[in-house]
Ligand binder design. Sequence first.
Ligand code: HEC
Ligand code: HEC
Ligand code: HEC
Ligand code: HEC
Ligand code: HEC
Ligand code: HEC
Ligand code: HEC
Length: 232
Amino acid sequence: MNQNIVVDPPYFKNVQPNAKYVGSDTCASCHTDHAKNFEKSAHARIELKGVEGVHGTTCESCHGPGSLHVAGGGDKTKILTLKKDNESCFQCHIDQKAQFNLQYHHPIQEGKMTCTSCHDPHGPDAKPWSAVSIRGTNDVCVSCHRDKKGPFTWEHEALSSSCTECHNPHGSIHPKLLVQNDLNLCLKCHVQPNWPTVGKRSHSAFAPRGNCWSAGCHTQVHGSNFDDHLRY
Ligand code: HEC
Ligand code: HEC
Ligand code: HEC
Ligand code: HEC
Ligand code: HEC
Ligand code: HEC
Ligand code: HEC
């Protein structure tokens, strides 16, 4: 990651050429709720308040310098609202930008969703509705992918760990955002010393047919209402 020390990123200059930084305390004087919530977020840990010329991850490192917004008594046209805007995040999270350029990716760059579809930019990381808490991850995912929520008669216990056991949430070189595209995806949890036995059954005839979830095998890998081996 490009480290957090942001000094007047060019991105802001384009948008608000004459605005100056006023500091988070000024923002907090009107936006009390946001400021309180923000105290608990991962970004607040590196806020670097009060270091001259350095903005860390203060309100303004995302929203841009706010002097004109403040002078206008909260003029909405003088601050970056960041709705549908991922560039502010990419300033620092260059690694993630690369992930969204992989062949298979969530359609961020296509403008169909934003970082904030999954991440709360202000909130604490442990909040359920935040993709960086384990409980929160699945909640976020099934808010769009409802059919993966279940309940299924036969749940696949892998899902109670997290969707990210099998999917890279940003992007992947593999179809369906899979973290791996061969039987190791499954064997990392299901491997047994007496492979090719899995469960109580030899898989020597099945394995050459394809991946565990293709070739007509465990096609209902997220859970099934019909078959305890997740086949259909
Ligand atoms: C003098 C009070 C005041 C201060 C100080 C202030 N704001 Fe605001 N801000 C407002 C008001 C009022 C609104 C408009 C709220 C509305 O109409 O919904 C607003 C709206 C916003 C919005 C949302 C715009 C939108 O279209 O939804 C953002 C983002 C914002 N402020 C960020 C900041 C940041 C960052 C700072 C510190 C640099 C800051 N504000 C300082 C009063 C203030
Ligand atoms: C990590 C980047 C980031 C930081 C830091 C940040 N914000 Fe935001 N803020 C956003 C994004 C992104 C949105 C738009 C959310 C959306 O998609 O609706 C937003 C939206 C807002 C809004 C509009 C109302 C809303 O909640 O949607 C206000 C007001 C606001 N921020 C104030 C603040 C204040 C005050 C601070 C500092 C305490 C702050 N923000 C820090 C990224 C940030
Ligand atoms: C000024 C640089 C900067 C900007 C802008 C920024 N981030 Fe961050 N972000 C960081 C740093 C540094 C960390 C690592 C914080 C830590 O965990 O110590 C971080 C951490 C994160 C994390 C991980 C939190 C965790 O609990 O591990 C997420 C998710 C995240 N940022 C999303 C965003 C999103 C979404 C935006 C845009 C709305 C954004 N960031 C904008 C610097 C930035
Ligand atoms: C589809 C949901 C989703 C979207 C959209 C998304 N993220 Fe994430 N992100 C996640 C999940 C889930 C994790 C946790 C990954 C894990 O624990 O393995 C994560 C982790 C992160 C982290 C922590 C470090 C890492 O890579 O694990 C950062 C930083 C981050 N995201 C930034 C971003 C930025 C910036 C954007 C927008 C360009 C974005 N994310 C869009 C779901 C998403
Ligand atoms: C805001 C809605 C939204 C959220 C939240 C979301 N997704 Fe998606 N997801 C999409 C969209 C839109 C696509 C692209 C569908 C397409 O291209 O047909 C997609 C595609 C996918 C795909 C690939 C599907 C395919 O057929 O290639 C997988 C896998 C996936 N998402 C998993 C996840 C996971 C895991 C999470 C949580 C970390 C998540 N999604 C969160 C909207 C969302
Ligand atoms: C045990 C590994 C595993 C876990 C955990 C997992 N998936 Fe999947 N997922 C897969 C595999 C394998 C495929 C590809 C299936 C195929 O190609 O037919 C897939 C495909 C998908 C697809 C695209 C095809 C479709 O069926 O719509 C989406 C969307 C998806 N998963 C979302 C999720 C979500 C959301 C979660 C968490 C609630 C999750 N997955 C958890 C393995 C997993
Ligand atoms: C994160 C760990 C994890 C991953 C990855 C995983 N599983 Fe599972 N799976 C489990 C757990 C835990 C159970 C329930 C306990 C058991 O039966 O071993 C389970 C149960 C199953 C069952 C039901 C077994 C039975 O006899 O009741 C099938 C079938 C299955 N998994 C297939 C797959 C396939 C196919 C994949 C790869 C796409 C996969 N699993 C990946 C953890 C995982």
